[in-house]
Write a protein that binds this ligand. Structure first.
Ligand SMILES: C[S@@+](CC[C@H](N)C(=O)[O-])C[C@H]1O[C@@H](n2cnc3c(N)ncnc32)[C@H](O)[C@@H]1O
Length: 274
């Protein structure tokens, strides 16, 4: 009988399709991952079978579980490849819900050499769910107009029936749900410095925000292409179990070191456990 205990809180070297095939059905609460982008970087001889990965992820994910798929396109022969969209459609065709199309906006994008288009400063964060999402702990932000009385303002009522404008007399609250464009500094924050041996890590804060949003403490978080192990490091800090898989020995070693090294006090206070 297949069990999960031997894989939990480990970094596993191998092709993620093969490694995941060892897992039982419906055991993963959340996957946070970014695949290799259009062969932009050379990851020592990987083989990348996206349809197979999508199928295995669907099998191993619990009902209501989520995949956060962080991806961008290369520009080849003067056109963006559209790979991100093709992958999103492949997820939907395989049976996933496209729960949300979120944006990872880079506060410090790399200046573009090709001058005939605007500087690219974002990546997609496709949120796929297996049926209706089971866990959402929304991140809150401060309201711009907290306390303001809106006596004169009318708000549209977005019900399915006839849409009418209604008076809303209550003062604006102090907090509201964060929007779906998330901004991060890339590669410069202190907590991201231990990922420098990898060519394309995402920020710790990005992994943090998905983990607290889509899981509860004790849940199991997977990154099947974990690179330097950012998702696993953050899952550990946040009191979730994790599994990291990468095809590269070298990156597995980086990920193991990051997870093993003592998490500094500063990092524990920076990231809040939800
Ligand atoms: C964009 S990087 C991930 C970076 C990671 N999010 C981080 O924060 O360090 C993609 C990773 O996928 C790995 N990879 C590519 N094909 C794979 C496969 N079939 N199975 C497992 N890992 C794979 C590469 O070695 C690479 O480290």
């Amino acid at each position: 009988m297949k069990t999960m205990n031997r894989y939990k809180n480990k970094i596993l070297q191998g092709n993620c399709v093969e490694v995941m095939s060892e897992f039982p059905d419906e055991v993963i609460d959340l996957t946070v991952t970014s695949p290799p982008y259009d062969n932009l970087r050379n990851y020592n001889g990987f083989s990348f079978q996206v349809e197979e990965i999508i199928k295995e992820l669907l099998r191993v994910t619990k009902k209501g579980g989520v995949v956060a798929w962080i991806v961008a396109d290369a520009t080849i022969n003067a056109t963006e490849t559209g790979t991100s969209f093709k992958q999103a459609l492949a997820f939907m065709e395989a049976g996933w819900n496209l729960h949300d199309t979120m944006i990872f906006r880079k506060k410090n994008p790399i200046p573009q050499i090709y001058r005939k288009r605007y500087n690219n400063e974002f990546e997609y964060m496709f949120i796929f769910s297996k049926g209706v999402v089971k866990t959402h702990n929304p991140i809150l932000v401060e309201c711009l107009h907290a306390g303001l009385q809106l006596n004169g303002t009318t708000y549209k009522n977005y019900s399915k029936n006839l849409q009418k404008r209604q008076k809303l007399a209550k003062p604006v609250g102090t907090h509201k749900m964060k929007g779906n464009i998330w901004e991060y500094v890339v590669g410069k924050r202190k907590e991201d410095q231990d990922a420098k041996a990898h060519s394309a890590p995402f920020p710790c804060q990005l992994a943090n925000d998905h983990i607290i949003s889509w899981t509860n403490p004790g849940d199991l978080v997977l990154d099947p292409m974990c690179g330097s192990g950012t998702t696993c490091k953050m899952a550990k800090i946040l009191g979730r179990d994790f599994i990291g898989i990468d095809i590269s020995d070298e990156y597995c070693e980086v990920a193991k070191q990051r997870i093993k090294s003592k998490i500094v006090e500063e990092e524990l206070t920076l990231f809040k456990v939800v």
